[in-house]
Design a protein around this ligand. Structure first.
Ligand SMILES: Cc1ncc(COP(=O)(O)O)c(C=O)c1O
Length: 438
């Protein structure tokens, strides 16, 4: 699917997904990534332990800080995203939380697009304010709407590259430009697109987060998240806004992250401060499951996209479907951005409304047989969700509308089963609705 993207980057995504970040295990020559299911690592001596804690010696000390299995996952996802380094955490939600917490302090704000996954909205609107950090939600995902909210206390601009469930495609290059003009990094959640479809760092994003639970893991067996640092944001030049990277950190015997980690200061601090002291750690076993999933992500995404297109066309032509929101259509408001960022492809995530509104949506939903009724997305299995009553339930009606959710909205994450079986299930569930109306 992907060719080499630049001269230094000659290994393709399909190959990175299978081999990235791992050479045969030095202890055993094992070809599969071993699961280092250990909490701790033995020190040779007190001096060795002190050197590890001083970050003078490389190695492992405690799995809350790092782990050899998880380290492979971190290197692999960093390579897939074209980033410098990554930190894997226990869930996508932990990744979003750390990505923001790592550069905010009381009195700071972040500026966000309104089209967010529901729990991210809850984190931003209700939880971060308890830590003195406020979120300024823009009216839309347009760069101008974002820029007018940035002030001297802004620490980051946040967006989902493709919104869940809104399906909006953010103009990453334009958002990065307005953020950088004000000396602020752009953090993007790339869960829905995945690095197989879109590598935001190539368009100027500074930090990329993922729920690995979704397309990357791909089988709905393990939760996980990751934060990828592009290594490109100039923290030193913006030291007044980001003193946490340039001032001695008393919580870590006066370490200065810019000095110790250089271009990797952001992710170095995230590991030393967020992972170490807040502790939402990924289990090595889940790192292994996620690595297994990632091996096939490129292949799966191809089928997801193809099945997604077929389902979108089927729904658009169905008399029981009132509207469908799918960026792969020529008349989608996001068509031009889909051309630019997704190379003309639509994602396998889409929303639609059935004739008859909320009640008809419920009848359709309850009649599904193959497609699972769940809140997850990005599984090999086809999944359906009713966001207003689940993922986006905590939001007000107005917040839901801005996030792309109406009472009757149904979200589909189209899986990789045989397309005829998926269409047959949707068809019979739509027929159940019309039988009830008739
Ligand atoms: C776009 C997006 N970001 C973050 C998350 C949170 O991920 P997790 O469920 O792994 O905590 C989700 C979950 O659905 C999501 O869709």
């Amino acid at each position: 699917m992907g060719g080499p993207r630049n001269e230094q980057d000659s290994v393709r995504a399909e190959t990175i997904a299978i081999h990235g970040g791992y050479e045969d295990d030095p202890a055993t020559n094992a070809v599969a990534v071993p699961i280092y299911q250990t909490a701790a690592y033995a020190f040779d001596s007190a001096d060795h332990a002190a050197a590890l804690f001083n970050l003078e010696a490389g190695g492992y000390r405690y799995t809350r800080i790092n782990n050899p299995t998880t380290a492979v996952l971190e290197r692999r996802v960093a390579a897939l995203e074209g980033g410098l380094e990554a930190l894997a955490v226990s869930s996508g939600q932990a990744a979003v939380n750390y990505a923001v917490t790592n550069l905010t302090s009381p009195g700071a704000n972040i500026v966000s697009v309104p089209q967010l996954y529901g729990t991210t909205h809850t984190l931003f609107a209700h939880i971060l304010p308890n830590q003195g950090v406020c979120t300024r939600f823009a009216e839309s995902d347009q760069p101008g709407a974002i820029e007018e909210l940035i002030d001297k206390n802004t620490r980051a601009v946040f967006c989902e590259t493709v919104g869940n469930p809104a399906g909006n495609i953010c103009d990453i290059e334009a958002l990065a430009r307005v953020a950088h003009r004000q000396g602020v990094p752009l953090i993007v959640d790339n869960t829905v697109a995945s690095p197989i479809l879109l590598r935001p760092i190539e368009y100027g994003a500074d930090i990329v987060v993922h729920s690995l639970t979704k397309f990357m893991g791909g089988h709905g067996t393990a939760l996980g998240g990751v934060i990828v640092d592009s290594g490109k944001f100039p923290w030193r030049e913006n030291a007044r806004r980001f003193p946490m990277f340039s001032r001695p950190d008393h919580s870590y015997h006066d370490l200065v992250y810019n000095d110790r980690f250089g271009d990797a200061a952001y992710i170095g601090r995230c590991r030393c401060v967020c992972a170490r002291t807040i502790g939402a750690v990924l289990s090595p076993f889940n790192a292994f499951l996620l690595l297994q999933g990632i091996e096939t992500v490129a292949l799966r995404i191809e089928r997801h996209i193809e099945n997604g297109r077929r389902v979108a066309e089927f729904l658009r032509g169905h008399p029981r479907v009132e509207w469908i929101n799918y960026a792969g259509f020529d008349d989608s408001p996001y068509h031009a951005l889909a051309q630019k960022y997704l190379r003309g492809r639509g994602c396998s995530l889409m929303t639609f409304g059935v004739l008859g509104g909320y009640e008809a949506a419920k009848t359709f939903y309850d009649a599904l047989r193959l497609v699972k009724r769940v809140v997850n997305i990005g599984d090999a299995k086809s999944l359906a969700c009713h966001p207003a009553s689940t993922t986006h339930r905590q939001m007000s009606a107005e917040e839901q509308r801005k996030a792309g959710v109406t009472p009757e909205t149904l979200r589909l994450s189209v899986g990789i089963e045989h397309i005829d079986d998926i269409l047959a299930d949707l068809d019979q569930a739509l027929a159940a609705g019309s039988a009830k109306v008739a």
